[in-house]
Design a protein around this ligand. Sequence first.
Ligand SMILES: CCC/C=C/C(=O)SCCNC(=O)CCNC(=O)[C@H](O)C(C)(C)COP(=O)([O-])OP(=O)([O-])OC[C@H]1O[C@@H](n2cnc3c(N)ncnc32)[C@H](O)[C@@H]1OP(=O)([O-])[O-]
Length: 719
Amino acid sequence: MAEYNLVSECVGLITLRNPPVNALSAAVRQGIVDTVQRALSDPNVKSVVICGQNGIFCGGADIKEFGSNMTGPPLIPMIHAIESANKPVVAAIEGSALGGGLELALGCHYRIAHSKARLGLPEVTLGLLPAAGGSQRLPRLIGVPAALNLITTGRHVTAAEALQLGIVDQVTDHNTVDAAVKFALSVAGRSLGPRRISAHPCPQQPDLDALFEEVMQKVRQSARGAIAPIACVQAVRAAATLPYAQGMERERELMATLFTSGQARALQYCFFAERAVGRWRMPSGARWDTSKPRPLHKAAVIGLGIMGRGITVALAQTGLSVIAVETQEKQLMEAKQAISGMLERGAKRRGVAPALDRVIYSQNIQAVADVDLVIEAVFEDIALKTKVFQQLSAVCKPGTLLCTNTSALDVDQLASETPNPELVVGMHFFAPAHVMKLLEVVYGPRSSPQAVATAMQLGKKMGKASVAVGNCRGFVGNRMLKPYIEEAFFLLEEGATPELVDQALEEFGFAMGVFRMSDLSGLDVGWRIRKGDGLVEPSTASGRSTRIRQGRRYSPLGDLLCEEGRFGQKTGRGWYQYDKPGSRVARSDPWLHSFLGAYRAQHGLVARRIDHQEVLERCLYALINEGFHILDDGIAAGPEDIDVIYVSGYGWPRHRGGPMFYANMVGLAKVLERLEHYQQLHPEVPHLQPSSLLRRLVASGSPPIHKWGEAIKKLHSQL
Ligand SMILES: CCC/C=C/C(=O)SCCNC(=O)CCNC(=O)[C@H](O)C(C)(C)COP(=O)([O-])OP(=O)([O-])OC[C@H]1O[C@@H](n2cnc3c(N)ncnc32)[C@H](O)[C@@H]1OP(=O)([O-])[O-]
């Protein structure tokens, strides 16, 4: 797990070998301890170089080991032994040096990095802190403000930035190990005292208290209840104010609290879930590893509204040539300007040239004749989309993949309107499409595995968390959102206010409560869908019967607001009021409170006191319950798929792992009991009726989430 070679006659070269990222497993740590010992005791060895195999230095501690009993030599004494060595030790950093990997490099006396390497202490993103001395050494090396920034955000820096910050001593474009060996030879015999970072004092910082107070305030605000970023600030504060040994003790104490926390488990689950969704599979048996994506060179986007523009930018930024089609001339000109602006701003941020000439604009759908893939992003109207698909089928070369960007329409129905339904998949982007991380790739029963593989690979290239899901109303994300929003409406009828509901959800960790989110996305969107479903009725009626529609409880509150022209932020009024249309700061609206009072009076409803616990249980358990239905229907392949969708696209707090992970943490029996309780109180609300999968899982002993897959399969096979 760590290979030892003598090179250039007097340099001990230690190579970490643990594919794919040379994580510091027990065997690797043992290998390092043994090989360092060997190098130091060999009188022929004048200096030592540590590198990693396959172009990657080290991806940090082995996260898989965290859930089990840790064995093997601990990291901290291993790194101390390197730092206190009497021969220079040089880290040769290629690829990544992350977490424990960078902490190992900080224990070395020198660091040489390849220009393409990335370095960072991302432990905070896993609910931890850099507890192998990283929180104590980095501030000593680069100063408190820069260390706070890196440690509390977990961001990765480029080799160039690492050089500028003083994390590395040299950057090379050539063979890093050769450069490190040469460097190691040049420093052999030099005094190592000044190179031992733990012996440095932390660079002086004026107004240390004010700095920490300011950072702590910012971190608390952005952490949304996550505890690791706060512990990271406390650990760096210890580095700035205490001698090294005491700082290490504080680092250890803080880590002890984090290591066993539910938040760390949730965040580490998210890390693996994001990778697991790439290993997609379809009910037909088609899978990621047996389905080959088609090569893509040229793509097209049809319809350049808000979504089409974002999709065009996302495609161009992956390096594809894009034909952007919009039939209305004025709209096309506006879109061209907007897309160019987005590409220029994106390029500036990333320090590259804007890909303006990758996009060709056209008013004519014939221009897409030779593309490999089309993403249709016209208005959400099945008749219009069908017409576009028929035109595309006539125009495009054989084999072109036809993707529809839709959030609600039936992908199978569209596919059935084309001569080659196997080439059709849904790509549900989220606005703004070039920014939002989530992509639902929607397959129908006839979508070919190759079409799904191609869309999934394209999503990955666009930097998106791409999740393959089956076709159903709302797919996964919006289908689960429906009962969540409906419960929020019912709570208003029963006595809650938008402020109370939103506060409960935001304290839980959501980026935005349900009502602030609805105001942002526009209340008219849901109104249009409900009208289409025949649910909207004249507002004059009153009494219980008007609140039962299509055989189930219905709240017309959202419709009534829309009738008043209150569409949310864009009209300056919605569930809240705003200074002007388009303004973002939501303020409580006395009009809304008297409107709710009048509504309750009209319908004979008596307001009661509703607490945060009830808000969370009703909104979240209704959403989770729908998640179980989705798993039972085979629309999502596993709980990870649902959780990645909710964490990446719906503002679910990452430190709570996603709705299904949360249900697992709360306890399936408890979720079932609370759903049964609320269902008894509200028998006319079908989404509170516990899913049969949830019941079956509880009956089979509530297996842990990583075993649900097996349980679902077994339960299905018993049917
Ligand atoms: C005292 C403790 C203090 C220290 C704490 C730490 O160090 S905490 C750690 C701090 N370090 C981090 O947070 C770094 C986490 N890692 C990364 O950010 C990225 O993996 C990368 C940038 C290293 C490579 O990106 P890329 O796109 O080239 O590749 P990819 O991302 O697709 O991964 C490939 C495979 O490797 C797997 N795997 C990866 N890392 C680890 C690990 N540490 N462990 C175990 N496994 C790991 C990953 O699951 C996947 O497995 P699969 O699905 O194929 O079975």
